[in-house]
Design a protein around this ligand. Structure first.
Ligand SMILES: N[C@@H](CCC[C@H](N)C(=O)O)C(=O)O
Length: 262
C-alpha cells in the first residue's frame, strides 16, 4: 500500500499469528533489491485494549511509534471507522473515499518528550547545521525537527538529513522536516525520515510541520501541506488533537516465504 508514494508492506496477523518480527527480518524484507522493498513495514496484530494493534518498522529495521501515511492505508484496508493501538497510544481512523482521516492524538513539546539529550527550548532549539538553524522540536508519536527556510527545494537534504538524524542531541534520532511558507494556509515540505531517508511523503512530518507553523503564527488551521508525493490537510488547534486527511491506496497483494527472510 502507499500514501502519497510513501510505501508500505502490510502484514495482517490479526486472525492468524506470524512468526516474531525482528529488526533483521524487517530489514531483509525492506531491501528493494533482494527483498520486497518498502519505506515502512506495517504489522497488524490482535490488541488487548483496542480493535487491533498496528506495529511499524522502518526499512532499517527500527520499530517506531507512529506513521501517518500508514495509518490512512490501514484505515482503507479495514474499511470502517475504528480506534487502534499503536506504540505511541490509541489513534482513531476513519476511511473516506480513496483515503482516510486520522486523529493522530495531541502533539507534545517537552524536551524529554521529544526526546532531547538535555533540557532545551523546543520552540526554538538553540542549534544549527550549516545554515539550517533554530528548528522547532515536536513529538507527534515520533520525534520531529522542523526547519523553516525560504526555499525547501534549495536544501541539500540528502547530505544534511543523516547528519541531523544522528546528532547526539536526539538520543532516539529524529525525522528532519524542511518547510517553506507557501501561503496563509499552505506549506511546502520535504522530509528526511529517520530510518528510511528521503521519502515522497511523511504524514507525521506533515502533522509536526503544520503544528510548528501554527504555533509560530505563520499559518492558520486547516493547513494544506504539499509534499513531493502530493497534498495532505492537517487541522489542529492549540490544546487539541491533530486531524490528518489524505489519500491512500493498495498497490498489490502477494505472498512470500518467511524462511527466505529469517
Ligand atoms: N512515513 C511515516 C513516518 C514513519 C516513521 C518515521 N520514519 C520514524 O522513524 O519516526 C509517516 O507517514 O508518518
Amino acid at each position: 500500500m502507499h500514501g502519497l508514494g510513501n510505501d508500505f508492506v502490510v502484514l495482517d496477523a490479526r486472525a492468524d499469528a506470524l512468526p516474531a518480527m525482528t529488526p533483521a527480518v524487517a530489514r531483509a524484507l525492506g531491501d528493494r533489491r533482494t527483498g520486497i522493498g518498502f519505506d515502512q513495514l506495517v504489522l497488524l496484530e490482535p490488541s488487548a485494549t483496542n480493535a487491533f494493534r498496528m506495529r511499524i518498522f522502518n526499512c532499517d529495521g527500527s520499530e517506531v511509534g507512529a506513521c501517518g501515511n500508514a495509518s490512512r492505508a490501514v484505515a482503507l484496508l479495514h474499511g470502517e471507522a475504528v480506534t487502534i493501538e499503536t506504540g505511541s497510544g490509541p489513534i482513531a481512523l476513519e476511511p473516506l473515499d480513496g483515503g482516510a482521516r486520522v486523529d493522530m492524538g495531541a502533539p507534545r513539546f517537552g524536551w524529554d518528550e521529544i526526546p532531547l539529550a538535555y533540557p532545551m527550548d523546543t520552540f526554538n532549539l538553540p542549534v544549527g547545521w550549516e545554515g539550517l538553524d533554530a528548528p522547532m522540536a515536536v513529538n507527534v508519536g515520533n520525534p520531529h525537527a522542523v526547519f523553516f527556510v525560504e526555499d525547501s527545494h534549495a536544501v541539500d537534504l540528502e547530505r544534511l538529513g543523516p547528519l541531523i538524524e544522528h546528532d547526539p542531541i536526539f538520543p532516539e534520532r529524529v525525522n528532519v522536516n524542511i518547510v517553506s511558507h507557501a501561503g496563509s494556509d499552505h506549506l511546502t515540505l520535504r522530509v528526511w525520515e529517520r530510518g528510511a531517508g528521503i521519502t515522497r511523503a511523511c504524514g507525521t512530518g506533515a502533522c509536526a510541520t503544520a503544528v510548528a507553523a501554527i504555533r509560530r503564527g505563520l499559518v492558520q488551521s486547516p493547513v494544506r501541506v504539499t509534499l513531493p508525493g502530493g497534498d495532505l490537510v492537517i487541522a489542529w488547534e492549540p490544546g487539541g488533537t491533530i486531524l490528518m486527511s489524505g489519500p491512500a491506496a493498495e498497490s498489490f497483494r502477494g505472498t512470500f516465504d518467511w524462511d527466505d527472510y529469517s
